[in-house]
Design a protein around this ligand. Sequence first.
Ligand SMILES: NC(=O)c1ccc[n+]([C@@H]2O[C@H](COP(=O)([O-])OP(=O)(O)OC[C@H]3O[C@@H](n4cnc5c(N)ncnc54)[C@H](OP(=O)(O)O)[C@@H]3O)[C@@H](O)[C@H]2O)c1
Length: 254
Amino acid sequence: MCIELFSLRDKVALVTGAGKGLGRSMATALAESGAHVVVVSRTLPDVESTAKEIQDNGVKSIPLAADVTQKEDVIRMVEKILREFQTIDILVNNVGTFMGGPFLDFSEEDWRKMLEINLTSTYLCSKVVGKHMVERQRGKIINVSSALGIFGAAGSSAYCVSKGGVIQLTKALAVEWAKYNINVNSIAPYSMETEKTQAMLKDEKVKNAIISKIPLKRIGQPEDLSGVVVFLASKASDYITGQVLCVDGGFSAQ
Ligand SMILES: NC(=O)c1ccc[n+]([C@@H]2O[C@H](COP(=O)([O-])OP(=O)(O)OC[C@H]3O[C@@H](n4cnc5c(N)ncnc54)[C@H](OP(=O)(O)O)[C@@H]3O)[C@@H](O)[C@H]2O)c1
């Protein structure tokens, strides 16, 4: 009976940035729990490969190429999904990247780019998908932020600000849309091993320095997000909104 609370059977999920890394892994977890999953990135072959893997779970999966920092792309993407499935029950705003450097050397162009990729993408997708969820009076939105949206870190000002913005957007929308039965929550990872971080983590010195800050003494793996994303997408979390769940091996508990 309890396990049924976590079932996503017949739900439709949209995961942005699902061509690789955490997005791909979360999309797979949602599919394994029964959801049909639309997977999006700018690189079609990547999301085609994710979709193929997901279809092995007996659910539908559509790969779409879109740049979610562009309003027209987001509108086109959502129209396409609604034509195909008539609904979007779950939105995972996962797109994001890291660009860093000393604040005084960090260009205005890169500052704007970081805010656009990490925060504006979440704003745009929440707005366009949220309109549909408000009409239907239900939905689950899960925003991938970061422990660095809560804590400061040297050489990471634009990243910290953009992810802090994602967390505040999560809380503000949770309050604004509670009356529509829409839950808005955030997952905040710390250091995770993905294509993006693999090169950096190959340097044993860097890796050990990161691990020394993590009570559970290991770098996170993409699968560490599976249970959390399914929980936040499912009925099991219906009374939870506006929360930030740190999946960080205990980093934020110190
Ligand atoms: N890895 C970590 O240690 C870590 C820690 C904390 C938080 N996070 C957050 O977790 C999320 C995923 O990180 P990750 O490490 O899995 O990243 P990743 O390996 O770089 O994957 C990012 C995905 O997003 C897509 N993407 C990037 N920009 C896009 C855009 N404008 N429109 C559509 N798709 C876009 C990428 O494909 P294309 O480039 O082909 O579009 C790719 O599929 C990010 O928000 C990141 O900030 C990661």
